[in-house]
Design a protein around this ligand. Sequence first.
Ligand code: HEC
Ligand code: HEC
Ligand code: HEC
Length: 111
Amino acid sequence: MIVVRFFKPYIIWVFCIIGFPVMAQISPGKLTDAHKELEGIASCTKCHDLGQSVSSAKCLDCHDEIQALLDAKRGFHASKEAVDKECIECHSEHHGRKFDMMNELFTNSRR
Ligand code: HEC
Ligand code: HEC
Ligand code: HEC
């Protein structure tokens, strides 16, 4: 009993000091199947700037096929409809493995 009484407040303090910042880093939901390799805290910054916002430039680091089309001014992404927009205006994430980034297009233009 003495052990429990000693450790309980200790555990709560550890949770307060370490737990809350760590919880703030927890993903709001699973990534779509195509991005499942990017699951986990080590990969957040592959898409997010420090802070939280998603960086289109980071998307394009990986999606060099889209970057190449943009450079060549070819394809849908180079069209008037898409060229000046952020990726997240049409492609969202964290809606689970089965979320289809292609089917949900244009339905999540929250920004
Ligand atoms: C494959 C790219 C990708 C990865 C990897 C990723 N995210 Fe995201 N995240 C997104 C996108 C896209 C959104 C949606 C932004 C929107 O629709 O406003 C988002 C939204 C969020 C949001 C909601 C905040 C907001 O601005 O609406 C949080 C919080 C978040 N991500 C945290 C994380 C954390 C923590 C990790 C790592 C465990 C992570 N993300 C990994 C792409 C990613
Ligand atoms: C670390 C590399 C990486 C990053 C960063 C990344 N992706 Fe991807 N993405 C992939 C891979 C790999 C695939 C699956 C193969 C493919 O379609 O190219 C994919 C697939 C996709 C697809 C097609 C999904 C489908 O169902 O066919 C879209 C749309 C997409 N990514 C958008 C984004 C957006 C928007 C961001 C930034 C928030 C992003 N990606 C960041 C690697 C990445
Ligand atoms: C105005 C909406 C819009 C914006 C903004 C947008 N996309 Fe797309 N994206 C689409 C549509 C529509 C498709 C499917 C049709 C196509 O590829 O021609 C698509 C397809 C994709 C694919 C799959 C391509 C394939 O051939 O499988 C990837 C990867 C992708 N987008 C990445 C991005 C990235 C990265 C950004 C930001 C630089 C971005 N998109 C911005 C609408 C958008």
